[in-house]
Design a protein around this ligand. Structure first.
Ligand code: ATP
Ligand code: MG
Ligand code: MG
Ligand code: MG
Length: 487
């Protein structure tokens, strides 16, 4: 169809408004009162208290609601959900994306959630049922969890899905838990197989769980919150049952606009047009340049939205995550697209215009966001070129970059370790991260001994050459909930 992304978003809201859902705003992507969470990474984050039973219902426009729908800005670059390395290389994982969701707070349950998901996708949006698959939880004996037979039966009774398109899957993908304790439950994911008829014959979509094909992707996750995980890890049935769903907006736009890549939808084309224009190139001609353009288009969204929601690039925690994303984009620009002057900030304009109705916070703070990004760019550009030259010398003819060299790039040239790792990977060189971490720790100990702890955030140059007083330690991607440990 030729629906715009704005229309698709609106149709989602209209569909659930007709079914008595309050249409609420996205929570900020930078959580305001939750220091345990670096970034909002799912639609449910803002309703945590209701699921936990700490709040009874959702208050919205002077009324109590048991149903809600929204689009939630999400960022997944840290902790359990870290999609950063995928971004730009695949065409459907983003650092920042919109998650469309509908919610039941102790109201409707599996029957309606499944029936309505199908009604929207197939009856309203006209997706081909032949290409859709639904996964259901296969149970887990060790955990005393049964197969979700209820969901299986409901997929059969409430939808016209082919029965052999209902697939039982494991806990990893089909049992959702908020954390160590608390509300949890099985889920059903909807996947779509967009491969050619010929490819689908060769390998049926039933194998989708083991399929590594970008044209087979998950579009919607329906979570049925029915248990409470207690501190002794046992499960009890909740008095109230809730529904929590999340649909990838950019993915569904690609499906409805009949594109094979999210970047070919009108969510991304305004950005890509601008980037290609600045580079004097055409998108879609050269894979290496395309990856760089996609990374830049992706990263400007994460950086812009998080600054608009009150975060700013810095040396620790959230701020350092944003700085890392920024520097990653700037490096791609410099190395691959030959951007030797600040360019990234110019893209804020595109976003301000594109999202002026749904996320007006960008347009409202445009000047500020532009200034923050431009000054970050200027500072990093002072050392980036030299750093790249030095890096090239360091890895020349080698298979491994020493931790000492990685530390030098970090300390003197402001290269976050993951940027160094990325550049090394491009040249099939390994990085001694362990030794790097030792250098980081030694530096921190020296700083501690010298009693130097202050980071002067007001001095925009202070992070350019990263100094002894820095308070962060990079602990790798998957080791911990938060990858940047604040000491
Ligand atoms: P995937 O398996 O594709 O990584 P997921 O299972 O991690 O997705 P959920 O946590 O179930 O994702 O989130 C709900 C929906 O949000 C997914 O069905 C998908 O459509 C979308 N989504 C998840 N991660 C991303 C991302 N990084 N970029 C864009 N959309 C995403
Ligand atoms: Mg994922
Ligand atoms: Mg998944
Ligand atoms: Mg999922």
């Amino acid at each position: 169809s030729n629906k715009t992304s704005a229309q698709i978003r609106q149709e989602f809201f209209d569909f659930f408004a007709e079914k008595d859902h309050a249409i609420v705003d996205s929570a900020p992507v930078v959580p305001k009162n939750d220091p345990t969470l670096l970034f909002t990474n799912a639609g449910m984050n803002q309703f945590k208290a209701i699921f936990l039973g700490e709040e009874e219902a959702l208050k919205h426009e002077g009324k109590n609601w048991k149903r809600a729908a929204d689009t939630q800005k999400c960022i997944r670059v840290s902790g359990k959900h870290n999609d950063l390395e995928e971004v730009g290389h695949d065409t459907y994982h983003h650092t920042l994306f919109e998650m469309l969701g509908n919610w039941s707070f102790g109201d409707y349950f599996k029957k309606e959630a499944i029936g309505w998901a199908w009604e929207l996708l197939v009856d309203k949006w006209g997706l081909d049922p032949d290409r859709l698959y639904a996964t259901v939880f296969e149970g887990d004996e060790a955990d005393g969890l049964p197969v979700d037979d209820e969901a299986i039966e409901l997929w059969k009774s409430e939808t016209s899905i082919a029965h052999d398109h209902i697939l039982k899957c494991s806990k990893k993908d089909n049992f959702w838990e908020m954390g160590e304790t608390g509300p949890c439950g099985p889920c059903s994911e909807v996947h779509i197989d967009l491969r050619s008829d010929e490819d689908r014959k060769k390998k049926p979509g039933r194998d989708l769980v083991n399929m590594d094909d970008p044209r087979v992707m998950e579009i919607w996750n329906l979570v049925f919150i029915q248990f409470n995980r207690k501190p002794d890890t046992s499960l009890e049935k909740l008095p109230a049952q809730h529904v929590d769903t999340g649909m990838g907006f950019e993915r569904v736009c690609a499906v409805l606009q009949e594109k094979t890549s999210n970047y070919d939808t009108d969510v991304f084309t305004p950005l890509l047009d601008e980037i290609a224009d600045m580079a004097g190139l055409t998108y879609g001609k050269d894979e290496e340049k395309d990856i760089a353009m996609r990374v830049i288009a992706d990263h400007i969204r994460a950086v812009t939205f998080s600054i608009a929601d009150g975060a700013s690039p810095g040396n620790d925690g959230r701020g350092y995550v944003i700085r890392r994303i920024l520097r990653r984009a700037i490096r791609y620009g410099w190395d691959v697209l030959d951007f030797k002057e600040p360019f990234f900030y110019k893209l804020v304009d595109v976003l301000a215009e594109q999202f002026k109705d749904v996320f007006p916070e960008i347009k409202a703070q445009k000047e500020y966001i532009v200034n923050v990004i431009r000054s970050e760019e200027k500072s990093f550009l002072k050392t980036l070129g030299q750093g790249i030259e030095l890096f090239n010398e360091m890895v020349e003819g080698k298979k491994k970059l020493s931790g000492e060299d990685a530390f030098k790039l970090h300390d003197t040239y402001g290269f976050p370790i993951d940027l160094t790792e990325l550049m090394a990977r491009e040249r099939e060189v390994e990085v001694d991260v362990e030794e790097f971490n030792k250098h980081m720790k030694a530096q921190k100990d020296r700083a501690r001994a010298a009693g130097k702890f202050s980071v002067d955030q007001s001095d925009t140059k202070s992070w350019n050459v990263i100094k002894e007083s820095d308070e962060f330690e990079f602990v790798g991607y998957d080791d911990a909930e938060a990858e940047v440990e604040i000491l």
